[in-house]
Design a protein around this ligand. Structure first.
Ligand code: SF4
Length: 757
C-alpha cells in the first residue's frame, strides 16, 4: 500500500500532538495495515517493514478509532518487535536467547527472552529442554488423555486472553467445549470487562456498547466514571478533550474517581468519591433527575420496563444520603445530575473503577439507568460506552471466550444455543456440557484444591494479574500439567510451567480484532515470526489434531477459521454474515453487518427496540452495599490499584521499551500527606503494603490526588522485577453475577521498611 499520506501523530501527556513527517527512507518501506495490540481503543496502525523487520509504525489516518493518532505505547511498537536477523541459540533454560543485530532507525530493544522453540521439562526441578513441535504436541496430548481418562473433562482448563485474535479465541473454544468436553475456558477479560458484559446483558438484553467513537464529536456531556481515560485510553481521551476545548462552555465533563488523575484536568466537575461508592452516587443522580423532571417519560413508557420497581430505592437515595456515603457534597451530586440531565446528548465512559468490584454489575446497571431515564441512548452523541482494556476483549466475548458463553453471544446454559453450536461443529448432541465452566478466580482455586489438574495458559501472565497471587502460585504448583503459550520466557507464569510454546506476536501473523466500539479490523502480517513461533490458533490446532481431532482442526489459514465462526453469528445480534477478510482489508466494519450490501452499524437500538425478548430495556434497582472487605483497626487503609500511562498489563512488552520506562521507572505507592504525617512516613520511603493475604513493597509518593485513608499502587510490576507485586495483597472476592474480582478495593496496613523488615 502507499504510505504517502502517512504522518506520525503522537499525543503527548499535555495533550499536544507531535507530528513527524515521513523520511525518504520511510517511503521505501513496505507498509501493512494493522491495529495496535495494546488497549481496547483499537487504533489502526500502518506497519512499515523492510527485510523482515518492523522499522516504523504510523497511525492509520483512515481508521475510525484514531484517524492517524497514536499514544506513546502505540508509537513505540517497532521497538517491541525485534525478529532475529540470524537463527539464535537457545540457552539451557530457554532464556538467554541472543538475537540479531539492532534494528536500524530506532531505539533497539533486544529481547533476550523471546521464546522461539517449544520447551518442556519432566519435573519442575529440571531445566527446560528444546523439543520439536511434534514432540511437544504429542506429550501434551498424551498427558491430557491420561488426565481426561482418570478425572474426566473438567479436570482440564484453559486460561486465555483478551489479546488473542478472534480466530485464536474461536479455535480454543471449539477445542475445549466441543471436543474435550470442558467448559473451563475463561479469559483474563474476566478481570477486566465481565461486569460490563453482565451490565449490558441485564439492562439492554445483549452485550456490547450501543454507540461509537464518532459520538464523541456529537456529545455535549461526558460522564467519566472509574476511568483514567487520559492514561489508559489516551487516544479516546484526546477526542473527548478536543470536543471539550472546541466548545468549552457548552460541552460539560464530569469525572468521578477517588483518585485525581490527568483525566480530571478537563473536568467541569470532579467528584472524588470514596472508593466503591459509585452505586450511591448514581442512584442519587437519578433521584435528582426525577425530582427535577428531567426524565424522558415517553421513552420510559414505550421503551423500558422496571421503572416502578426502581422508585423505592431511588426515593431513599437522596443526594444528602449519597454525600454521606461518597464523601462529596450533596450540591455537587445535584450539579452532576443537572449537567447530565440537561445535556442534548450525553455519553458515559467507564472502565475498571466500575467493573472490578463485588458490585460491578450493579454499578453498570445504575449507570445505564441514567441513560434510560433520560432517553440518552440509541441516538447520535448519546449512550453508555464501556472502555475495554484489551485489544480484543470484545472479540473474545463474541466467540464465546468466557466460561459461560458459546460463539455468537450464545449461552452454555441454554439448550438451544448448545445444539446450534454442536450442529455446526458436527459433534453429537449433548457433547457440550450444560454447566458453565469455572471463571478465572474459581479456576485457579480449583487448581489449588486439586479438582482441576491441568491448565493451558495462553497469551497472559496471571502470576502478576490475578488477585491474591498466593492462591495462583499454589494453583500452578499443584497442577499436574501447566502449558503456557507466550512470546517470552521467562515470565512470572512460564517459570511454573511444564511446557512452554512459542507464539507469534503482533505483526508476525494475521487475523481480526474487535475494539471497544464493535469495530472489526483486519491485521495484516508484516514480518515472519522468529524461530519456530506460530500463531496461537495454529498451536491449538496442532494439539487438537494430536488428540485425534484432525478434520475439525484442519484449518490452513486464519480466514478459514473466520469463515467458520461467521456461520455461528447468522441471525444473532452480532451477525457478521456480510463481513469478509476482503472487505476488512479495505476498511474496518462495526457489527452487526449481516449482508454483503450492509455497510456497518455505528449505533444500535436506534429504533428504540432493545435486545430483551419484549424489546424493552430494563431498569434495575440496586441499593449501595459495602465492598467485600472494609478498613478496620488492623488494616485501616483502603488500597486501590490501577495503571500508569506508559505501561501495559504485566510489562512483558512495554517494560522492555526504555522510552516507556522513563516516565515511571519503578513502582510506587501513592499516599495522602495527611496519612503520611500521621504514620510518620516521608516522601520516597520504602513501605510494606500488607493485607490479610500478603504484602508488597514500594517507595512512597505523597500526593493530595489520593484521598486520606486510601492508597494507590499500579499493578504492572511482577515478581521478576522486584517485590512490588501489588496483587499479593488484593482480594479474590467477586461479583456474584459477573464473577469479576474486586481488584480495586481491599484493606491494608502500611509499614515502614526498616533494617529488620
Ligand atoms: S490508545 Fe490504545 S490502541 Fe491507541 S495507540 Fe495507545 S495503546 Fe494503542
Amino acid at each position: 500500500m502507499t504510505a504517502e499520506r502517512v504522518v506520525m501523530q503522537v499525543v503527548q501527556e499535555s495533550g499536544e500532538i507531535v507530528e513527524t513527517p515521513l523520511t525518504e527512507d520511510d517511503l521505501k518501506l513496505t507498509w501493512n495495515k494493522s491495529v495496535c495490540p495494546y488497549c481496547g481503543v483499537g487504533c489502526g496502525v500502518l506497519v512499515g517493514s523492510k527485510e523482515g523487520r518492523v522499522l516504523k509504525v504510523r497511525g492509520d489516518p483512515n481508521h475510525p478509532a484514531n484517524y492517524g493518532l497514536l499514544c506513546g505505547k502505540g508509537a513505540t511498537l517497532p521497538q517491541m518487535v525485534s525478529p532475529p536477523a540470524r537463527q539464535p541459540e537457545a540457552g539451557p533454560s530457554g532464556a538467554g536467547i541472543a538475537l540479531g543485530d539492532p534494528l536500524a532507525g530506532g531505539e533497539m530493544v533486544r529481547t533476550p527472552d523471546r521464546l522461539i522453540y517449544p520447551m518442556m521439562r519432566r519435573t519442575r526441578a529440571d531445566q527446560f529442554q528444546r523439543v520439536s513441535w511434534e514432540a511437544a504436541c504429542e506429550r501434551i496430548a498424551a498427558q491430557w488423555r491420561r488426565i481426561l481418562h482418570d478425572h474426566g473433562p473438567n479436570a482440564v482448563a484453559f486460561y486465555i486472553s483478551g489479546q488473542l485474535l478472534t480466530e485464536d479465541y474461536y479455535v480454543v473454544n471449539k477445542f475445549a467445549k466441543g471436543f474435550l468436553g470442558t467448559n473451563n475456558v475463561d479469559s483474563n477479560s474476566r478481570l477486566c470487562m465481565a461486569s460490563a458484559v453482565s451490565g449490558y446483558v441485564t439492562s439492554l438484553g445483549a452485550d456490547a456498547p450501543p454507540g461509537c467513537y464518532a459520538d464523541i464529536e456529537l456529545a455535549d456531556c461526558f460522564l467519566l466514571v472509574g476511568s483514567n481515560t487520559a492514561a489508559c485510553h489516551p487516544v479516546t481521551f484526546q477526542r473527548i478533550r478536543r470536543r471539550k476545548l472546541a466548545a468549552p462552555n457548552r460541552v460539560k465533563v464530569i469525572v468521578v474517581d477517588p483518585r485525581r488523575t490527568r483525566t480530571a484536568e478537563i473536568a467541569d466537575l470532579y467528584l472524588p468519591i470514596q472508593p466503591g461508592t459509585d452505586v450511591a452516587l448514581l442512584n442519587a443522580m437519578l433521584h435528582v433527575l426525577i425530582r427535577q423532571g428531567l426524565m424522558d417519560q415517553p421513552f420510559i413508557q414505550q421503551r423500558t420496563t422496571g421503572w416502578e420497581g426502581l422508585q423505592a430505592v431511588i426515593d431513599r437515595s437522596t443526594p444528602e444520603q449519597a454525600a454521606a456515603i461518597c464523601g462529596v457534597e450533596a450540591s455537587r451530586i445535584r450539579e452532576a445530575a443537572l449537567m447530565f440531565g440537561k445535556a442534548r446528548a450525553a455519553m458515559s465512559f467507564w472502565a475498571m473503577g466500575v467493573n472490578q468490584s463485588t458490585h460491578g454489575t450493579a454499578k453498570n446497571n445504575c449507570l445505564i439507568n441514567l441513560h434510560l431515564a433520560t432517553g440518552q441512548i440509541g441516538r447520535p452523541g448519546a449512550g453508555p460506552f464501556s472502555l475495554t482494556g484489551q485489544p480484543n476483549a470484545m472479540g473474545g466475548r463474541e466467540t464465546g471466550g468466557l466460561a459461560h458463553l458459546l460463539p455468537g453471544h450464545r449461552l452454555i446454559a441454554r439448550e438451544q444455543d448448545r445444539q446450534e453450536v454442536e450442529r455446526l461443529w458436527n459433534v453429537p448432541t449433548g457433547r457440550i456440557a450444560p454447566q458453565p465452566g469455572l471463571t478465572a478466580v474459581e479456576l485457579f482455586r480449583a487448581l489449588a484444591e486439586g479438582t482441576v489438574k491441568s491448565v493451558w495458559i495462553i497469551c497472559t501472565n496471571p502470576l502478576v494479574s490475578l488477585p491474591n497471587l498466593a492462591v495462583a502460585r499454589e494453583a500452578l504448583a499443584k497442577a499436574e500439567l501447566v502449558v503456557v503459550s507466550d512470546i517470552y520466557h521467562p515470565t512470572e507464569t512460564t517459570l511454573l510451567a511444564d511446557a512452554i510454546l512459542p507464539a507469534a506476536q503482533w505483526a508476525e501473523r494475521d487475523g481480526t480484532v474487535t475494539n471497544s466500539e464493535r469495530c472489526i479490523s483486519y491485521m495484516e502480517q508484516a514480518v515472519d515470526p522468529p524461530g519456530e513461533a506460530l500463531p496461537d490458533w495454529r498451536i491449538v490446532c496442532r494439539v487438537a489434531q494430536a488428540m485425534g481431532h484432525r478434520e475439525a482442526f484442519a484449518f490452513q489459514t486464519a480466514e478459514e477459521i473466520y469463515e467458520e465462526y461467521k456461520r455461528l453469528t447468522r441471525g444473532r445480534d452480532l451477525d457478521i454474515g456480510g463481513v469478509t477478510y476482503e472487505r476488512l482489508k479495505r476498511s474496518p466494519i462495526q457489527w452487526p453487518c449481516p449482508t454483503p450490501q450492509h455497510r456497518s452499524t455505528m449505533r444500535r437500538y436506534t429504533d428504540g427496540v432493545f435486545a430483551h425478548p419484549d424489546g424493552r430495556a430494563k431498569f434495575l434497582a440496586h441499593d449501595y452495599r459495602q465492598p467485600a472487605e472494609v478498613a478496620d483497626a488492623e488494616f485501616p487503609m483502603i488500597l486501590t490499584t490501577g495503571r500508569v500511562r506508559d505501561q501495559w498489563h504485566t510489562m512483558t512488552r512495554t517494560g522492555k521499551i526504555p522510552v516507556l520506562l522513563r516516565s515511571e521507572p519503578a513502582p510506587f505507592v501513592e499516599l495522602n500527606p495527611e496519612d503520611a504525617t500521621r504514620l510518620g512516613i516521608a516522601e520516597g520511603e520504602l513501605l510494606t503494603i500488607r493485607s490479610r493475604r500478603g504484602c508488597a513493597r514500594a517507595a512512597c509518593r505523597l500526593t493530595r490526588d489520593i484521598k486520606p485513608g486510601s492508597c494507590f499502587m499500579p499493578f504492572h510490576w511482577g515478581g521478576l522485577r522486584g517485590e512490588a507485586v501489588v496483587n499479593e495483597t488484593t482480594i479474590e472476592a467477586f461479583d456474584p453475577l459477573s464473577k469479576q474480582p474486586e481488584l480495586k478495593f481491599c484493606a491494608v496496613r502500611l509499614e515502614k521498611v526498616t533494617g529488620d523488615t
